[in-house]
Design a protein around this ligand. Structure first.
Ligand code: F3S
Length: 390
């Protein structure tokens, strides 16, 4: 891989041991994937934040690094709400380790926003055509597909390396040739809300790491629905980029698909039937993290009633801080709005037997990563279950 004189100097350790190690990671990845050179990134989103996932080895690795990030860099969800962790049932020892992890990132100049939806809280992190180094799979999918920026799905160390160097290796989704559709997906059903998660759940399993191009009838999907679609496909497959005809930015050139697939209402409904919410002891919303619009819908559905089951609502702290009236309206029902964390990366959910969600991504990840069974329903059904309706 070509390195400029300055990059070569960093690689040789002229700017210190941390940058030398970070450059080593970027060059190793570039060599593996055949990158010609490095490219500057506009922003970085770093996974590897929950102490549940990184453990002591990860904490030591981050704490050992020196210097400051070169570009705006923010974090993925942590293992707990950084303020209300006791209410989540998190123990003192875990909380101490999690806070140390956060402090280690803060020392490196990383902004302490722990969210998988950075695009919901900052406008300046990504625009069409920007190169990024983002980690969290649903955020990667949204950045590539809805915003039209370019990012690979970075691991925690490679994202942090990109943040400290300010660059990433130019390969994969940074190149137009890898951004062409591979599958045409014809949907013959009018979808809304969690249907997009169910559709993504089905499509990801088929296209795996392909690039689906959707033809959707009916009304234009809302940003939250695109967020749900991409998140589910990234979990059941490893889709990092998709297109929706007349909705998302267009593919960068002429394309011919390898395969055509179709879905109708019956197949979407079968997902709900196969993963019912019955028997859930908790309901969790906000995978990916809730937008203000979603908080408003939840508050509207709960109005005036008390929950009979635990109801968790996960969002970014900035969203909660900007909309205290929505948080208050939700919590009046007995539900809890947790920030900085989520039902999958927090160890607090491991005490539950079955969780009802409205997210295709959580449906995939909860059993494997949290050891919790999951059922899928619409937002309205989830609220109904939390209120003891069925
Ligand atoms: Fe976000 Fe956690 Fe879901 S990181 S996408 S809420 S699994």
């Amino acid at each position: 891989m070509y390195l400029s004189r300055e990059e070569e100097g960093i690689y040789q350790g002229e700017q210190g041991e941390t940058l030398r190690r970070m450059m080593e990671i970027l060059v190793a990845l570039g060599d593996i994937y055949g990158a010609e050179k490095l490219v500057p990134v506009r922003s970085v989103q770093i996974a590897g934040v929950s102490y549940k996932n990184i453990g002591e080895a990860g904490l030591e690795w981050i704490s050992d690094l020196q210097g400051k990030v070169m570009v705006p860099s923010i974090l993925n969800p942590a293992g707990m709400d950084l303020c209300r962790w006791k209410e989540m049932g998190i123990g003192e020892e875990f909380a101490r380790k999690q806070q140390q992890t956060i402090e280690a990132y803060r020392k490196l100049g990383v902004t302490i926003d722990c969210t998988c939806t950075p695009y919901q809280i900052y406008d300046g992190l990504a625009a069409k055509g920007d190169h990024l180094a983002w980690s969290e799979s649903s955020a990667v999918s949204y950045a590539n597909s809805v915003i039209g920026a370019c990012t690979n799905r970075e691991g925690g160390p490679s994202a942090l390396a990109a943040a400290l160097v300010g660059k990433t290796a130019l390969y994969g989704y940074h190149l137009d040739e890898n951004r062409l559709p591979t599958h045409l997906v014809e949907v013959r059903a009018d979808l809304r809300g969690s249907d997009y998660g169910a559709l993504g759940f089905l499509v990801g399993r088929i296209v795996k790491d392909g690039v689906p191009f959707f033809r959707l009838p009916g009304r234009r999907p809302a940003p939250d629905e695109l967020k749900a679609l991409g998140a589910a496909m990234a979990a059941s497959g490893s889709v990092a980029l998709y297109y929706v005809e007349n909705v998302t930015p267009k593919p960068p050139g002429p394309w011919r698909v390898e395969e055509k697939i179709g879905f109708d209402r019956k197949e979407i409904d079968e997902v709900y039937a196969k993963y019912p919410g019955s028997g859930a002891d908790v309901v969790a919303l906000g995978c990916p993290h809730c937008s203000a619009e979603e908080l408003e819908k939840i508050a509207g559905l709960l109005r005036g009633e008390k929950v009979q089951k635990e109801l968790w609502v996960c969002t970014a702290r900035k969203i909660a801080d900007l909309h205290p009236h929505l948080v208050a309206a939700i919590e009046e029902s007995g539900a809890q709005v947790f920030c900085d964390t989520c039902m999958v990366v927090s160890p607090a959910t491991e005490r539950f037997g079955k969780m009802m969600v409205n997210s295709g991504k959580a449906l995939v990840y909860l059993p494997g990563l949290a050891g919790v069974q999951a059922g899928l329903g619409s937002l309205e059904e989830c609220i109904d279950v939390a209120l003891g309706g069925r």
